[in-house]
Design a protein around this ligand. Structure first.
Ligand code: SRM
Ligand code: SF4
Length: 572
């Protein structure tokens, strides 16, 4: 199977490869260590495996110093991520998530940039109960993290048309088809008995193999003209092709990704590139074969260079395409033209097919909680109690109350009004176009604040926005607490990456439709410098922009930052 002309990088396997090898298909000693009451944590090796079960051990970083002083172990807790292709949850599933967050989590839910729920703050002793209750609601956390295919994204509103619904169905099929086959999850969390007489070694992972992938793998399907799922940020992106109101297939884009490390030129965000077209029912096969190419040729020695984007760049796009066609036994057709016009969400009520209504509401930083003046979580709970349709999580951390009937609409609207959830002019277009990753206090990799700080920074930027009559101007603004890019900062027209507490690298110039990366504009600056830069740039934009020109395009046209010829590797 392995092509002699293509090579995986040489070098000793990384520690994670060894852990997977020893793990007996992702079991490790998880079943035992979760029962150990001496510590609220688990050993590192098991934590690596835990990711494949949709969870990470974290500690509350706000309490770290204090606990260290008191000679206590860190305030260990688990983050749990649900697998929910296309971000669709029924109203009763919403209520289960809400209930679990109150009972076992920190009383909040995070709507993630990949359209799913995360819960934070779950204690070790409550993990099994939480996973079992999620399972009972017909959801699971399998493969939500780890070196496997992750939550499959699909353009947010599947009910706008029949083909949106069809695309959503394909995201579910992809997600199921690409699941690991090990029963480890079912045994550890759901108490499934091992089948008698089946030696563990007979268990096979037909696609992944014993070592799974060299790194996480991400797939998303976009339906033009909306690029809400940022298709070019995916390891494998599918762009739906609609002809005569029918889904005929997908353009296939490979090799995107957002992560990098400060000061390490061998790491960088990259845009996925379109390599051809496949028919609708070929999508599973294309995804499977691409994944096996990454399985065979990805870097298993250096994890920082293990994502598929580096495999594609190292082997060459044409070689990867040729290898794909070789494995498929047929050739992709030529890609068909497509056009995106935005990567954000469209807010408010929209009428969809079959006379059903959908309301997209803004969720700042994706955090569902009850705030002092704003009872978001309670409001949504009340809506879930009367709503018979779905909740759809968007790739911009927002929420669609979907499939509302004519009869339900008034009641839902009343509740939206009662709890102050209607999206109105009190929320500037800049804020509505914002995204921030979790960062502190739960993310162990955060170098600076993001979710807790971006709203405060936007309060101040809004003053400049208002002075320049830009309140209704959509400018995408994204902040991450480190260069891993969880809020896809490199595709924000204004982007910030945390460097140190209160310090950020500032990026400008990504395209409004998500087709061009941003470029570093200022390094290691704090709030005052950020505001000073915007006090110059935003008035210039207000005065000098051309008709309909987006901010990201403006800063390039006017030379605020230089452009590269093809827009790729534009980031640093
Ligand atoms: Fe992410 C690691 C949160 C979307 C790139 N990400 C993490 C961890 C698990 C930190 C860790 O490894 O210890 C964060 C948990 C924080 C916490 O306390 O919850 C974390 N990532 C998130 C979420 C929750 C951000 C959010 O605020 O919504 C998103 C969950 C998505 C999901 O539901 O599956 C999230 N992460 C992303 C995205 C965006 C996307 O996928 O569209 C990216 C950039 C795209 C990409 O993968 O290239 C992203 N996360 C990373 C990376 C960098 C990977 C790399 O290529 O080097 C890491 C670090 C790692 O894997 O080592 C990371
Ligand atoms: Fe954590 Fe960095 Fe991801 Fe933000 S971008 S959630 S700080 S890993």
């Amino acid at each position: 199977m392995v092509n002699q002309n293509l090579k995986a990088p040489e070098g000793p396997p990384s520690d994670v490869e060894e852990i997977k090898e020893r793990s007996n298909y992702l079991r490790g000693t998880l079943a035992e260590v979760m029962l150990d009451r001496l510590s609220a944590g688990i050993p590192d090796d098991d934590n690596r495996l835990m990711k494949h079960h949709g969870s990470y051990l974290q500690d509350n970083r706000d309490l770290r110093n204090e606990r260290q002083k008191q000679k206590l172990e860190p305030a260990y807790q688990f983050m749990l991520r649900v697998r929910m292709p296309g971000g669709v949850a029924r109203a009763d599933q919403w209520l289960v998530m809400d209930d679990l967050a109150q009972k076992y989590g920190n009383g909040t839910l995070k709507l993630t940039t990949r359209q799913t729920f995360q819960m934070h703050g779950i204690l070790k002793w409550n993990m099994k109960k939480t996973i079992q209750e999620i399972h009972a609601s017909m959801l699971d956390t399998i493969a939500a993290c780890g070196d496997v295919n992750r939550n499959v994204m699909s353009t947010s509103n599947p009910f706008q048309s029949d083909f949106h619904a069809e695309v959503y169905e394909w995201s579910k099929k992809l997600s199921d088809y690409l699941l690991p086959r090990t029963r480890a999850y079912h045994e550890i969390w759901l108490d499934e008995e091992k089948v008698a007489g089946t030696p563990e070694t007979e268990e096979v992972e037909p696609m992944y193999g014993k070592l799974y992938l060299p790194r996480k793998f991400k797939i998303g399907i976009a339906v033009p003209p909306s690029n809400d799922i940022d298709v070019f940020s995916q390891d494998l992106g599918f762009i739906a092709v609609i002809e005569n109101n029918k889904l005929t297939g997908f353009n296939v884009a490979i090799g995107g990704g957002m992560g990098m490390s400060h000061g390490d030129k061998a790491t960088y965000p990259q845009l996925a590139k379109v390599i051809g077209f496949c028919k609708t029912d070929q999508i599973l096969e294309v995804a499977e074969k691409i994944i096996t190419i990454q399985r065979d040729y990805g870097n298993r020695s250096v994890r920082k260079n293990a994502r598929f984007k580096y495999t594609v760049d190292r082997l060459g796009l044409e070689n990867v395409k040729a290898e794909l066609e070789n494995r498929l036994g047929w050739n992709l057709e030529e890609a068909l033209p497509f056009h995106f016009d935005h990567n954000g969400d469209r807010y408010g009520w929209v009428e969809g097919i079959q006379g059903k209504w959908h309301y997209t509401l803004f969720v700042e930083g994706g955090r569902i909680a009850d705030f002092e003046q704003y009872k978001l979580m309670t409001g949504l709970r009340e809506i879930a109690k009367v709503h018979n349709g779905e909740f759809r999580l968007t790739a911009n951390q927002n929420l669609i109350i979907a499939n509302v009937t004519n009869e339900e609409k008034e009641k839902v609207n009343e509740l939206l009004k009662q709890y102050g959830l209607l999206v109105g002019s009190h929320i500037s277009a800049l804020r509505r176009s914002s995204m921030a990753c979790v960062a502190l206090p739960t993310c162990g990799l955060a170098m600076a604040e993001a979710e807790r700080y971006l709203p405060v920074l936007i309060d101040k930027i809004e003053e400049i926005v208002d002075e320049n009559a830009l309140r209704n101007e959509e400018i995408t603004i994204r902040m991450t607490g480190c260069p891993n890019g969880c809020a896809r900062h490199a595709l924000g027209e204004i982007g910030f990456i945390g460097k140190a507490p209160g310090k950020y690298n500032m990026y400008l110039g990504a395209a409004f439709d998500g087709s061009r990366l941003s470029k570093m504009y200022r390094e290691n600056i704090g709030e005052e410098e950020i505001l000073n830069e915007l006090r110059v740039l935003l008035p210039r934009y207000a005065k000098e922009r051309e008709e309909g020109e987006h901010f990201g395009d403006f800063v390039i046209r006017t030379g605020v930052i230089g452009a590269t010829s093809d827009g790729t590797n534009f980031h640093e």
